[in-house]
Write a protein that binds this ligand. Structure first.
Ligand SMILES: [Mg+2]
Length: 124
């Protein structure tokens, strides 16, 4: 499974990757981006199997990135997992409507694994 991790914090990207490696899921190529704009640029040259995204980022936030992914044929069907400290029900519902799964920080490898299995099985 090739993944793209989009988060403005390098520490958080490293933590997400570490947690992914602890899930026992098979991880292939890993790409990283600091904001939504870089994330979309990465996706245009590296199609991945899963995008992991933060919400609050400068330049382009996660919600806008997901909106643009869903609007483009090439990226519309890529599963998306949002990992954020933001946990309002409104936000959660908005992401769900956009077809993204949501995990609130702090997260555990088990939580990531269970959620990934759910969304990869669903494969929208
Ligand atoms: Mg952030």
């Amino acid at each position: 499974m090739d993944i793209l991790i989009v988060d403005d914090s390098a520490v958080m990207r490293a933590m997400v990757l570490k947690s992914f490696r602890m899930t026992g899921l098979e991880i292939g190529d890993v790409f990283e981006a600091e904001n939504g704009q870089q994330g979309l640029a990465q996706l245009s040259s590296h199609p991945v199997d899963l995008v992991v995204a933060d919400i609050n980022m400068p330049v382009m936030d996660g919600v806008e990135m997901i909106r643009r992914m869903k609007a483009a044929d090439e990226t519309a069907s890529i599963p998306i997992l949002v990992i954020s400290t933001e946990g309002s029900e409104t936000r959660w519902e908005q992401l769900e409507e956009m077809g993204a799964a949501f995990i609130q920080k702090p997260f555990s490898p088990e939580k990531i694994r269970d959620t990934i299995q759910k969304i990869m099985g669903r494969k929208s």
